[in-house]
Design a protein around this ligand. Sequence first.
Ligand SMILES: [Mn+2]
Length: 330
Amino acid sequence: MPRTILPNSRVSPRFSGICTFCRYPRLEDVSSENRPVDWAIYGVPFDSGVTYRPGARFAPRAIRDASQYVKAYHLAHGVNVCETLSLADAGDAPVKPYHLEENLKVVAQWATDLADPFTRLFAVGGDHTIAYANILAARNRLRATGVKQDKGVALIHFDAHLDTVDEVWGEKWGHASPFRRAIEDGIVDPNAMLSIGLRGPLNREDDLEFARAEGVTIVTADDCDGPEPNAASRAIDPFLDSLGTRPVYVTFDIDCIDPAFAPGTGTPCPGGLTTRDAFSLLRRLRGINLIGADVVEVLPERDPAGVTSFLAAHILFEIIALDAAARAAR
Ligand SMILES: [Mn+2]
């Protein structure tokens, strides 16, 4: 008996019906035998934190639409995600488009109270500011389920940028700053933070200073070049070993991918990861104790062929498949 009841695509075509993420049921439609759901996927249609092109507020809808063709069986992991996990679309978080910090409070509170405390949270942005709210909510829920959290959560961060700038235009809560705030506020442990995909040009060299000084492990896009073992895998494997069973959150800024594969994003940067690089790196994370995730920074307006939204839908699937693979192995 599958844990996630999908419409039968041989009866109800993938291009019909009301869009939910990957055709998963709406949270309110999940029957009692498939509760508590393992993952609640929700949109955060918010982009007031951007420093360049706006429009990521439209991404949850675009990604829902693009996700209709995401199928259930993960070939590389050998796991049927929908038979292993109960998944649901929890709708969109309430947002405060005129207020950055207030928005985070509202989203974090809503997400903290969502579904069952054992349900994992997957946020679909929106700009990268919203990661702070989902990490905070994931951490609140860990606490509510009795998981001791002396330090912040471990974080695996895919991004062309470090997002640890102190402030931009006098604002401390913009999308260049979420991990600066998360580290300062103790919700992310910088010694257990891995950032993958960084590349230049930067505004200035000291943009890296904070992350370096706090002990963040940085794997640049250049490190991902060439066949494995390359510099990236040599850095990532010991990092993953050091995590053990600690709770890990994965945040995926679509701009870590090269704009040739993911043009629909607000602060694009050439020379990024290929789709295959990203899938290979994500699959390498198999075995982590995943407690929450997000995919952010898709800009549908700059995505005429829909490839970026389509990729984001599959990144979501790849991340959730990590949890399915881990549970199927138990
Ligand atoms: Mn980012």
